[in-house]
Design a protein around this ligand. Structure first.
Ligand SMILES: [Zn+2]
Ligand SMILES: [Zn+2]
Length: 237
């Protein structure tokens, strides 16, 4: 079965990505995706936050170039309670929210602090996906995170970019395997995301697919296989 959706894509609006929305959509179509989500960073210092960018999403039509476009954001987790840096009035306009830890926005804490940060974000009612939880820069306790994600209808991301040799993360593969094994045990869904910062990476999932095969991960727990599975994580088409 193929992966039909990529909900982690960046455009030039992120400030450090290199393609336009149209280029990303064209690539999504070429790869046979049915749904693409746009998830530019909410804020990367020194760039300001992007409320005006989010507020003008009203210009989007539900389908562009034949692809169902979902309006999202990759919000930063900004403290160890798990608060994120997008205002509720802006979150309310979006189809989905990815919450991620990034070093520009929160210094890595202890394992306990990082885990509390992720768990706080999971409990946030607007958060649908935790971005790259296998980023070893922020060690977390997956035994705590994985069942909580299931309980709050949040998917943990299997991030293709972090699995690349040049990703500059710490032990991303080992941590992804640890996460996937616990997801199997707790029946927690994962979502594969490209984290593309240039058009040709949209829908590029080879590393993630290989890892899913390697650990015999159940197809039924991978959101990307069926559009209806988005409802498991509170996303409605
Ligand atoms: Zn980025
Ligand atoms: Zn990220």
């Amino acid at each position: 079965m193929s992966l039909l959706m990529d909900l982690h894509t960046h455009t030039i609006a992120s400030g450090h990505a290199y393609s336009t929305l149209k280029e990303n959509l064209e690539q999504a179509r070429e790869r046979g995706l049915l749904v693409m989500g746009i998830s530019d960073h909410s804020c990367v210092p020194p760039a300001p936050a992007i409320p005006y960018y989010l507020r003008n999403f009203k210009v989007f039509t539900p389908y562009m170039l034949g692809i169902r476009l979902l309006k999202g954001v990759e919000a930063n987790i900004v403290d160890y309670q798990g608060n994120i840096d997008v205002e509720e009035q802006d979150l309310a306009r979006l189809d989905y929210v990815i919450a991620s830890l990034h070093q520009q926005n929160l210094a890595p804490g202890s394992r306990l602090q990082n885990t509390q940060a992720i768990c706080g974000a999971i409990r946030h009612p607007r958060v649908n996906i935790i971005g790259h939880p296998n980023d070893g820069v922020y060690p977390i306790d997956f035994a705590e995170v994985v069942p909580l994600a299931k309980q709050h209808q949040v998917a943990l991301e299997l991030n293709n970019a972090t699995l690349r040799a040049n990703a500059g993360r710490e032990r991303p593969r080992e941590l992804a395997i640890e996460m996937l094994e616990l997801c199997k045990q707790h029946q927690t869904s994962v979502i594969v995301g490209s984290d593309s910062h240039i058009y040709y990476d949209v829908g590029e999932f080879s590393q993630a697919k290989a890892l899913l095969r390697e650990v015999h991960f159940p197809e039924a727990l991978v959101i990307n296989h069926q559009l209806e599975r988005l409802s498991r994580i509170k996303i409605h088409l």
